[in-house]
Design a protein around this ligand. Sequence first.
Ligand SMILES: Cc1cc2nc3c(=O)[nH]c(=O)nc-3n(C[C@H](O)[C@H](O)[C@H](O)COP(=O)(O)OP(=O)(O)OC[C@H]3O[C@@H](n4cnc5c(N)ncnc54)[C@H](O)[C@@H]3O)c2cc1C
Length: 310
Amino acid sequence: MKQTMEMERHLSELAGQLEGETGCSVWALEPLAAHTSFRIGGPADLFAVVPGEKELSRLLPALGQLGRPWVVVGNGTNLLVADDGYRGVVVRLGVGFRQLSRTARGLAAGAAVPLPALTRAAVDAELTGCEFLSGIPGTVGGAVVMNAGAWGASLSDILAGVTTFRPDGTEAAYTPSELGFGYRTCLLAGSGEVVTRVETALRPGERESIRHRTAELLAARRRTQPQGPSAGSVFKNPPGAKAGQLLEAVGAKGLRRGGAEVSRVHANFIVNTGGATAADVAWLIKELQRRVEERFGTRLEPEVKFLGEV
Ligand SMILES: Cc1cc2nc3c(=O)[nH]c(=O)nc-3n(C[C@H](O)[C@H](O)[C@H](O)COP(=O)(O)OP(=O)(O)OC[C@H]3O[C@@H](n4cnc5c(N)ncnc54)[C@H](O)[C@@H]3O)c2cc1C
């Protein structure tokens, strides 16, 4: 008990110190369930919200000095956070990273812009090419690192440039070809660089047809995917196959553990039906991998990222 109180006091002191040094808002023991679409996850030791680029350039070197693990998150829509939480610093980009503007080639967007806001802005600016992103609930920054995509297209198809901050707090600019984009991955994953801005390359289009296509894809998503708390597709599609079909074939739909259930609508989604823990979801992930490997000899690779000791 005494030890816990001392730890809490120590973390509160660290939070205050980081706030003072960087100008970010920093909380101790922030529950991460509130920051993930799964609604699962224990506390982060420290949780820092970064108001703008100046504060980010101070925070990153300060985190290096602190010597604790840290990670940047977007909307937490592709994350499974451990029930014990994360023994490090979770960084979230704030209001200064939510700008959207028209450029000669398309739209420039801050890393904290939600993808639905990007697709709405494209309709307003009469720009076509990013309709496929409609309904993906992540941020622009998370979408770069995950190379988010749907309906046969990925974010990398419409990127013109990406700006990041390196761990030493300096800025870097990349062309898409420098970032090694692949299926749900790119070289920035795990690199310690923080995506801050992107520029997209879009084409002029007709407002009504862009709006119609966006709405059509959104409706198709609502028909084929569950609506409850989830992290989207649990597994990547293995080469030449659909994870959802393999999972359906091994009787995954409706499989439950605690409050976690494999969706009856789409076998590649696990839904938190209420009170699910990360341990419940991890158990289901292992069980689904085991069944698919036994039947098809294919090891399904999680698309969901794990944070903490899941
Ligand atoms: C209902 C639902 C439907 C979905 N449908 C799709 C889909 O069709 N296609 C698809 O690809 N995904 C889909 N997803 C998954 C998810 O929305 C995407 O992976 C999205 O790109 C994650 O963005 P995020 O901001 O939530 O990132 P987070 O989940 O917060 O983080 C994901 C990863 O990105 C890193 N990251 C986040 N922001 C930054 C940054 N600024 N700089 C550096 N690294 C960063 C994190 O460290 C982490 O490794 C779906 C999820 C849900 C819940």
